[in-house]
Design a protein around this ligand. Sequence first.
Ligand code: M6R
Length: 622
Amino acid sequence: MCGIVGYVGDKHKAQDVLLKGLKMLEYRGYDSCGVAMIADDEVFLERVEGRVSALEKKISGKKFNNILNGIAHTRWATHGLPSEANAHPHTDCDGDIVVVHNGIIENYIELKEGLKGHTFKSETDTEVIVHLIEENVKKLMKKDMGKRSEMLEPLFFEAFLNTLRKLKGSFAIAVIWKKAPGMILAARRFSPLVIGKGEGENFLASDVAGFIEWTKNVYFVDDNEVVFLDKNNVAFFNLDGKKINKELKTVNWDIKMAEKGGYKHFMLKEIFEQEMGFENTLMGRVLPVGKYILGNEMNLKEDDIKKFSMINFVACGTAYHAAYIGRYLFERMGMRADVDLASEFSSRSLVVDKNSLVVAISQSGETADTIDALRIAKKNGNKILAITNTLGSTITREADYVMYTHCGPEIAVASTKAFTSQLAALYVLALSFSYIRGNLLITKAREFAEELLSLAKLIKESLEINDYVEELADKFSAQDDYLFIGRGINYPVALEGALKLKEISYLHAEGYAAGEMKHGPIAIITNGMPVIVIATSSSDIDLVRGNIEETRARGGVVVAVVDKNSKQKIRADYYLEVPYASECFMPVLNIIPLQLFAYWTAVRRGTDIDKPRNLAKSVTVK
Ligand code: M6R
């Protein structure tokens, strides 16, 4: 997840608009940034590793006259480490065409191979876009034999369209060309892009925050739409170059709201970004190419995968709950697996088999306990695979293999979208490991992959429950104690539901394995106590039904997370219905109403949701 901004016009100083826009979008990524403007028939380009303030410092004092247009970018690295060379904007071989991009170009390796004779200056997937435009411009110029030399704008537009048709993956792109000054071309597929309409000036950005200071009149760009902007006009097209009409809307957001995409808190925004995070993490990794294959970005050889004796997961907090689900998943798919709290790892007399693959999961990649566990395992002779959201983090430097989740920066302390994107990574790993090790036949692997690829849509459907969960949270607002229970692969979901409620509402919430209730916790159930039960379809549903009845008999108020099939089998006081999927995929959907429940309960209690007391986003001390 990165932020892009664009400006065309002469009412304001372009550098001021672009830098301000970048600052507003820094929450989308901030490991490096850059700006490019066309002034006096020259391209001015400046990039830095670090935050927008560093870029501002670098260009302060420089005078720019006659700026016609500019684009800028703040980066959250996905391909290529955070560095000046990998920072956007990127240019073609001559430095005349300039691009910024948010998203992932899935087929960039294949495209790069076809771009013979081009000089690439970065490790990014993005750079391929600008060289492709260059290639297409050259081809069209050759075809035209100079006929259109007076009218380069249409040629630029055509070259851009030809390029877009070749791209697979997700993108919000903005591009400028020295030879077609005074205009910007932009396009969107699966990554956000909005256009701000001004008077004698126009804007673009990843979200309204990027230009809210200058205009509140907005066009929301849809997937596969292309935009032409100059200072007086904005026009929309489809990928065939056919004009589209779009409605201009007015937003009444203030700057703070705009930064959070109109949501009141980052946490809610991030809950709603889970479809994107899940999809982006699968992107390029599970491909329907005759058979489903795993993109082998980790350099993990098939022979090594066959040799690992088992998997040992280590992680903390929410990442630990994802790891716990990973354990169930690997076991179900025929591979031994175990899970440890990273903070407990050093206290154990180590029994981890040397041939086991240790998988360390951490959103930040900087959690001291997880890094410590990783080092202990390394010393023990284990190979380490890190699953993380943060390129260049400590964990990525120390692990043997790295698998990135691609959900963009998570700002709220309570982890939500990182959790579901960690699950996406675990599904890919479990699928590929069990297929390579011969535990899964190709037909089964295909079925698994097909269902996996359909899950992002179901995440979106699950989020439709938001209004109902808000009402429900209201009903329980006077309650101080909550119990969350689940069985099997849904037990960690119960743990995660309780953790979410605890950390942002400061209420007492316990997560338990449903079968353990009768061994103690059932004693705390009193009349009216809310018990949240994960009761979606599973091989254990009859046992879960028994636990629900035991709870009801003691006066507990049962809130059951169900799907359409399991709903008929159980009696609850309230139902939180999520879409149906195979049992192993249900944690991704079941967690959504629980995240929302925690959020709305905390809203009622008036806590500091994005920065709850006593907590930090990244725990870098042991
Ligand atoms: O960055 P990490 O994934 O390593 O963080 C691990 C935990 O500190 C983190 O998940 C924490 O539990 C969250 N605040 C939970 O919402």
